[in-house]
Design a protein around this ligand. Structure first.
Ligand SMILES: NC(=O)c1ccc[n+]([C@@H]2O[C@H](COP(=O)([O-])OP(=O)(O)OC[C@H]3O[C@@H](n4cnc5c(N)ncnc54)[C@H](O)[C@@H]3O)[C@@H](O)[C@H]2O)c1
Length: 449
């Protein structure tokens, strides 16, 4: 910790350095995972730039505006380097990461060519999978065992074996598997005891993503959930993560339409413009879109996307502006588009004297191009959190999620700009730098000299 003033000196941590390699374990080697792995190798070779990655490209201001220091985040906090990442994963299909990337079709064969052999080296370990949880998929590369506890133990062995084989000193896991059918918390999810009993007794309420999360935490491996299904977002696994000192985060990567929503809605609210309705629809043609074509998986996504506006607009505080707005989200599976999603938003807003106005957004985005840098940042920050001895829910990583996990008695924060401030200030706190509130009054009222 340096000698600058910190409002939270007791939180400034002595962070262990990122020595050795970091195993990056990805359940689900589909469009997002393969775009991440290909991207990291292309960047390592100097053939591409990490646009969209906060860890790689963003600078933070430290200190007063009269004497500012602007430092790359990767130079401010000790993050693992891209050269130190070793990728592995699981999938229900046997395709290696090159074959999977070709099928996903996010990057062209020409773009993938320089990293073909690196991608071919990533072959999926047999997955923990149940068809009931992802109805539109089935594949041959699946583990068999008498109970879910045995499956968890096999995953723990996979993690240890991958760490040994890759020579990694640490590991992180980010769920990039398909969205599972919508489910709510049940008694089996409430305590670690009931959860472990459920694993041993093959409880039908424990989906594969929870078994991966359990195995990660049991191995001391930080875990983030990129999909909207519950996974680690249940009391049993949250408590286990706290008790074992393992950082966790989730859920559902915030990328296309919801990213836009959490950029625009805070602006409308900041200027006290009312909202009558927000209609969002997407067309999407990749495997994710195919999985979301099943109503059960779509329900997980719908719930994750729906909570955003209420949390930002606070209709309870501003009933005249936001009490009765209509919010509808649709995702349509439309194969010709592949990964090149198109998201339309129609926003009916209300201004001075109740006069109506409209905003239209047509976002021609690339889902995995937006998601890959999010996964990179998450895995690097989770590894940092682990070395800083932070454990349990990492709320400062809400910035990356559509449906951020938070302590059960706290409301999650959805406003992208508040989330970003939280992230930036947490990094400042971790290295003993002053938290910036941006009030700026001290420059004019004497104290800032
Ligand atoms: N791309 C984005 O912008 C974005 C945003 C938010 C969330 N997500 C979520 O991220 C996840 C990955 O997205 P994607 O576009 O790469 O999807 P994808 O369909 O291309 O890849 C998912 C892969 O997971 C595999 N899989 C399914 N169940 C598995 C299991 N139990 N174990 C191991 N592998 C399993 C599938 O076979 C598939 O290869 C999805 O859940 C998606 O909803 C993506």
């Amino acid at each position: 910790m340096n000698d600058r003033t910190s409002f939270y000196p007791e939180l400034a941590k002595k962070i262990a350095p990122p020595e050795g390699r970091l195993a990056v374990l990805l359940p689900g080697l589909g469009a997002v995972s393969t775009t991440l792995i290909a991207g990291v190798h292309l960047i390592r070779k100097g053939l591409a730039k990490p646009f969209g990655s906060v860890t790689q490209m963003q600078k933070l201001r430290l200190g007063k505006r009269t004497h500012p220091r602007h430092t790359f985040i990767k130079d401010l906090v000790p993050l693992a380097g891209l050269d130190d990442l070793a990728f592995g994963g699981w999938d229900i299909f046997t395709d290696n990461a090159y074959e999977a990337a070709r099928k996903a079709g996010v990057l062209t064969p020409e773009a993938l060519a320089p990293v073909k052999s690196e991608l071919e080296d990533v072959t999926p370990m047999p997955a923990v999978f149940e068809r009931e949880w992802v109805k539109n998929l089935d594949g041959p590369n699946v583990k068999k065992a008498p109970t879910k506890m045995h499956l968890a133990e096999k995953l723990v062995e996979d993690i240890a074996a991958f760490r040994r084989a890759s020579g990694a000193s640490r590991a992180v896991m980010v769920w990039c598997g398909s969205t599972e059918v919508y489910a709510q918390q049940k008694p089996v999810h409430q305590t670690l005891e009931s959860f472990e009993k459920g694993l041993k007794e093959n409880s039908p309420d424990i989906p594969p993503s929870m078994i991966y999360a359990y195995a990660a935490i049991a191995s001391g491996t930080p875990y983030a959930n990129g999909a909207p299904n519950l996974s680690v977002d249940v009391p049993a696994l949250m408590d286990m993560a706290r008790a074992r000192g393992v950082p966790i985060a989730g859920k559902d990567f915030k990328t296309g339409q919801t990213l836009m929503k959490t950029i625009i809605a805070p602006g409308l609210k900041a200027r006290m413009l009312g909202l009558q309705g927000w209609f969002s629809t997407n067309i999407l043609g990749n495997r994710d879109g195919e999985v979301l074509d099943d109503p059960g998986s779509f329900r997980s996504k719908e719930v994750s996307k729906a909570s955003v506006l209420d949390a930002i607009l606070q209709p309870d505080l501003y009933p005249e502006l936001y009490r009765d707005y209509f919010h509808k989200v649709r995702i349509e599976y439309y194969p010709p588009r592949g990964d090149a999603k198109e998201g339309w938003d129609n926003i009916d807003i209300v201004g001075w004297l109740g006069q109506p106005m409209q905003i239209k957004i047509d976002f021609l985005c690339r889902d995995s191009i937006l998601a890959a840098p999010v996964v990179l940042d998450l895995l690097l920050f989770l590894d940092l959190a682990s070395r800083a001895k932070l454990s349990g829910i990492q709320e400062w990583l809400s910035f990356y999620f559509k449906s951020p996990m938070s302590r059960p008695d706290l409301k999650p924060e959805h406003d992208l700009f508040v989330q970003h401030l939280k992230l930036a200030n947490t990094l400042r706190i971790l290295v003993g730098e002053e938290v910036l509130d941006h009030s700026g009054l001290d420059y004019y009222e004497g104290a800032g000299a």
